[in-house]
Design a binder for this molecule. Structure first.
Ligand SMILES: CC(C)(COP(=O)(O)OP(=O)(O)OC[C@H]1O[C@@H](n2cnc3c(N)ncnc32)[C@H](O)[C@@H]1OP(=O)(O)O)[C@@H](O)C(=O)NCCC(=O)NCCS
Length: 207
């Protein structure tokens, strides 16, 4: 299994690592962008988990950056930018969920996928472009057998994104988790073979 290399370029997006604290201005900028992303209730309406507030965000980014250096890396949480402008568009992640010892015993190597875009970047086909290219780039280098994604119920935009990358519905998970005083019903999607070559961005909507 080889590592993924960044930045990863899609036709319109740039996917890069979070900056480390040794680059204080970039580190601070990433934290500010992430905090602003999760401060928008429209963005978090269907997300059970996210770092809340400044301290939690700083600690979260520190963990993400530390994970970049892990000898057997399992966590890829990444910044998404619009190539043309350099603007922060959101974040995405792949987390390897099968322990290597289990893979050596013959278990499938599975990863969990996540993606969150800032509101002003919705509706341009960015998430589909991102997911298709990320999976395409990660599948062989990470030795993936399947990728899973958990979606809160009644989230058609996210389901459309997953289906565009070949994911299929696996199971409904009623009352999957209880967060912020309420139960979350979720749906599990997965894709179990290397994705086809990504489609080009949706007709004529290049920004
Ligand atoms: C979900 C999210 C990533 C989608 O991003 P996006 O860039 O707007 O998505 P795309 O433009 O690539 O594609 C969205 C698809 O959903 C469809 N869609 C959007 N809203 C929809 C709705 N209410 N009902 C049905 N389909 C919808 C779009 O038409 C498009 O499909 P199409 O290409 O077949 O037309 C974005 O809304 C987001 O970040 N939300 C907040 C965080 C989140 O919920 N993340 C997902 C966690 S599972």
């Amino acid at each position: 299994m080889s590592a993924l290399t960044f930045p990863l370029l899609t036709p319109r997006l740039r996917v890069r690592e979070f900056a480390a604290a040794s680059h204080p201005r970039l580190f601070a900028a990433d934290i500010a962008a992430l905090e602003a992303l999760y401060a928008d209730p429209r963005v978090t309406a269907r997300l059970p988990f996210w770092p809340r507030g400044h301290t939690a965000t700083v600690n979260h980014v520190r963990r993400v950056v530390a994970a970049q250096q892990a000898r057997s890396r399992r966590v890829y949480e990444l910044v998404v930018e619009v190539r043309r402008t350099g603007a922060f568009a959101g974040v995405c992640g792949l987390v390897l969920t099968t322990p290597e010892a289990a893979v050596k015993r013959g278990h499938a190597r599975t990863a969990e996928l996540g993606y969150v875009l800032a509101r002003r970047h919705w509706g341009y086909g960015y998430a589909q472009e991102l997911v298709q290219h990320l999976l395409n780039a990660a599948w062989a280098p990470l030795g993936l057998h399947s990728v899973q994604a958990m979606v809160a119920q009644d989230h058609p935009a996210s389901v459309a994104v997953l289906q565009s990358a070949g994911f299929v519905w696996e199971a409904g998970l009623p009352r999957f988790t209880r967060i912020r005083g309420r139960w979350w019903d979720c749906e599990l999607y997965s894709v179990a073979s290397a994705p086809p070559a990504p489609r080009s961005p949706r007709g004529g909507r290049l920004r």
